[in-house]
Design a protein around this ligand. Structure first.
Ligand code: SF4
Length: 350
C-alpha cells in the first residue's frame, strides 16, 4: 500500500524546496483532503524545516492608535467607522523602548510596532527609525507595520536595521474590494516588492472569517505563495468582529476550517513562520493545539494585540507548558534574511 502522503496528496505538495507556481486546482485539492491527511502532511512539512516544539513569541505595540484614513472593513482604527476608539499621537521613542524591554522580560523575542497610518509622513521617519534602533539594541527582532511605503522610506527603515515589515494582503485579489476601497490589492503588492527589494523580511498574511468564499481562502494563499519569495512570516488572523465596523456582525468562524487554513499555509510556504494571530482570544486551548499540530509556529503574547484582547501571559505560559512548547530564539527562522545592525550593515552569524 502506498504511503499515506503519496496516496492522498496532490503531486508535488511536499516538495523539498518551496514552490512559487501553485495552481488553483492544487490548492483547492489540499483544502479538500481528509482532515487527518491534511494535518499529517502539514506536520511533515513542518518537521522538515522547523523544530516542531518551538514557537516564536512576538509582542505587538500600537505606537499610533486610531484615526486612520483607510476603510478596512474589519478595523476599529479606521476614522470612517464609529467604533468609539480614541485616536492617539505617535508614542515617544523612549516609551516604546521601555515597552519592548518589558516584552523581552515577559519572553517575547520579536517586538512589532504598528501605526494606524495609510503611509508614514516623512517627518515621522526619524522617530520610527529611532524606535527600530532602540529596540534592536535590546537584542530583539524588530518589526513595523506603518502602511504603504515609498522606496526611500523603505530604504531608510532597512538602514535602521529593521528586520521585518508587516503588510498584510488581507484576502484574495478577487474579494479585496469587498473589504477595502481606499487602496487596491496592487498597492499592497507594490509595497511588498519594495520591502523585499530593500532586503527586509516580509511579514504578510490575511484574515479568515470576513464572509469570503472557500475559493478566496485558496486565492489568498496562492497570492502569498506565488510571490517571488515567500513572506518569511505569514500571519493568519481569525476575524474579531468589532461593533461599528462593516464586518462587526460577521458569523463566527468554524474552528476546523481555520485549522485547515493553517495547514494549507504550512504546506504551501514550508520554510515560513506561520503565525496564529488575531482571534486567539476566542480559541480554546484544544483548537490552538490543533493549529500548532497543523504547523503554526508563532504567536503574539501579551494581554493586547493592537487594540483587541489577547490571552494573558499566565494562560499562555500554562498552555505552552502543557504542550511542551519552547520559545524559538531570535533569528532562528530558517528563511530569514541575514540580520542587519542598526548601522544597516549585515551582521556576522554568531
Ligand atoms: S487595518 Fe491598518 S490601514 Fe486598515 S484601517 Fe486599520 S489601521 Fe488603517
Amino acid at each position: 500500500m502506498a504511503p499515506l502522503t503519496e496516496q492522498h496528496l496532490p503531486a508535488d505538495a511536499l516538495e523539498a524546496e518551496p514552490r512559487h507556481n501553485w495552481a488553483r486546482e492544487e490548492v483547492e485539492a489540499l483544502f479538500a483532503l481528509p482532515f487527518a491527511d491534511l494535518t499529517f502532511a502539514a506536520q511533515t512539512a513542518h518537521r522538515k524545516n522547523f523544530d516542531a516544539n518551538e514557537v516564536q513569541f512576538s509582542q505587538l505595540c500600537s505606537i499610533k492608535t486610531g484615526g486612520c484614513p483607510e476603510d478596512c472593513g474589519y478595523c476599529n482604527q479606521s476614522s470612517k467607522f464609529d467604533t468609539g476608539l480614541p485616536a492617539s499621537k505617535l508614542m515617544e521613542v523612549q516609551k516604546v523602548i521601555d515597552e519592548a524591554a518589558r516584552a523581552k522580560e515577559g519572553g517575547a523575542t520579536r517586538f512589532c510596532m504598528g501605526a494606524a497610518w495609510r503611509e508614514p509622513k516623512d517627518r515621522d521617519m526619524a522617530t520610527v527609525e529611532a524606535m527600530v534602533r532602540g529596540v534592536k539594541a535590546l537584542g530583539m527582532e524588530t518589526c513595523m507595520t506603518l502602511g504603504m511605503l515609498s522606496t526611500e522610506q523603505t530604504e531608510r527603515l532597512g538602514d535602521a536595521g529593521l528586520d521585518y515589515y508587516n503588510h498584510n494582503i488581507d484576502t484574495s485579489p478577487e474579494y479585496y474590494d469587498q473589504v477595502i476601497t481606499t487602496r487596491t490589492f496592487q498597492d499592497r503588492l507594490d509595497t511588498l516588492a519594495r520591502v523585499r527589494e530593500a532586503g527586509i523580511n516580509v511579514c504578510s498574511g490575511g484574515i479568515v472569517g470576513m464572509g469570503e468564499a472557500d475559493s478566496d481562502r485558496a486565492g489568498m494563499l496562492m497570492a502569498l505563495a506565488n510571490l517571488p519569495e515567500h513572506p518569511q512570516s505569514v500571519p493568519i488572523n481569525a476575524l474579531m468582529p468589532t461593533t461599528g465596523t462593516p464586518l462587526g456582525s460577521s458569523d463566527a468562524l468554524n474552528p476546523i476550517e481555520f485549522v485547515r487554513m493553517i495547514a494549507v499555509a504550512r504546506i504551501m510556504m514550508p520554510k515560513s513562520v506561520v503565525r496564529l494571530s488575531a482571534g486567539r482570544e476566542n480559541m480554546s486551548d484544544e483548537m490552538q493545539a490543533l493549529c500548532f499540530l497543523a504547523g503554526a509556529n508563532s504567536i503574539f503574547v501579551g494581554d493586547k494585540l493592537l487594540t483587541t484582547a489577547n490571552p494573558g501571559k499566565d494562560h499562555d505560559e500554562a498552555l505552552m507548558e502543557r504542550l511542551g512548547i519552547r520559545s524559538m530564539p531570535a533569528h532562528a527562522n530558517p528563511s530569514e534574511k541575514p540580520s542587519r545592525g542598526s548601522d544597516g550593515r549585515v551582521q556576522a552569524a554568531e
